[in-house]
Design a protein around this ligand. Structure first.
Ligand SMILES: *Cc1c(COP(=O)(O)O)cnc(C)c1O
Length: 220
């Protein structure tokens, strides 16, 4: 199947409140253009340098999401254009995003990454760290970022019950935080679900799915 066919068939299964992020990491611009011409305007990349190169080459109405782990010293390269940073997992990183957003006269939307998996390899905050971050005066003073939701990744396993438990845990944390509404924190997005588990993620309350290989084919 072509990229266009893959995209249209996935889109036809998504409820209308769910945003599709086409994860295009490692793929050439020609593949992204095929998706763009089929109507896709949100792309996700996990390396800042690669995202910058693609942004320079592609139409300017594309929304770029950073879905990978972000190093503080590289935030400045994407600050002029990035639309959403999914993997924010520290106050230090938020402070740097705020600083770079300010330099560009922008407000940058962020998702806080929550650790819900059983694997030690996955990044993210636990519930206590999240509460501490949101209640800190440093966070409350950041004017050029906006936390609009949470992001999580399930354990890499075939066990659907395990995945479901982890997604449900993320949704529970999200729901509890609905009472926390400040100028720079208004949670309306849950980014969870990839090619292998997005339907389950949607059943568990996802509003944003990050799908790569089911659209563009496998990566090397
Ligand atoms: C690569 C990646 C995806 C997409 O994975 P697929 O299985 O190809 O859909 C989603 N989220 C993150 C954070 C990724 O790094």
């Amino acid at each position: 199947m072509s990229i266009e066919q893959n995209l249209l068939s996935i889109k036809s299964t998504l409820p209308k409140q769910v945003t599709l992020v086409a994860v295009s990491k490692t793929k050439p611009v020609s593949d992204l253009m095929e998706a763009y011409e089929a109507g896709q305007c949100v792309f996700g990349e996990n390396k800042i340098q690669e995202m910058v190169e693609k942004w320079e080459m592609m139409p300017k109405d594309i929304q770029w999401h950073m879905i990978g782990h972000v190093q503080t010293n590289k935030v400045k390269f994407m600050a002029p254009f990035v639309n959403l940073i999914h993997g924010v997992d520290s106050l230090k990183l938020l402070q740097e995003i705020d600083k770079q957003a300010k330099k560009n006269n922008r407000t940058i939307d962020c998702l806080l990454q929550i650790f819900v998996a059983e694997e030690e390899t996955k990044f993210g905050l636990d519930e206590d760290e999240l509460a501490l971050l949101l209640s800190s005066t440093i966070f409350q003073g950041l004017k050029n970022i906006r936390v609009i939701g949470l992001m999580g990744m399930a354990t890499f396993t075939a066990n659907q019950n395990q995945i479901k438990k982890e997604f449900t845990h993320l949704k529970t944390i999200f729901d509890k935080l609905q009472v926390t509404k400040t100028t720079n924190c208004q949670l309306n997005t849950i980014s969870m679900g990839m090619s292998g588990d997005y339907q389950l993620a949607i059943d568990c309350g996802s509003t944003m799915v990050r799908i790569g290989s089911s659209i563009f084919g496998g990566r090397k």
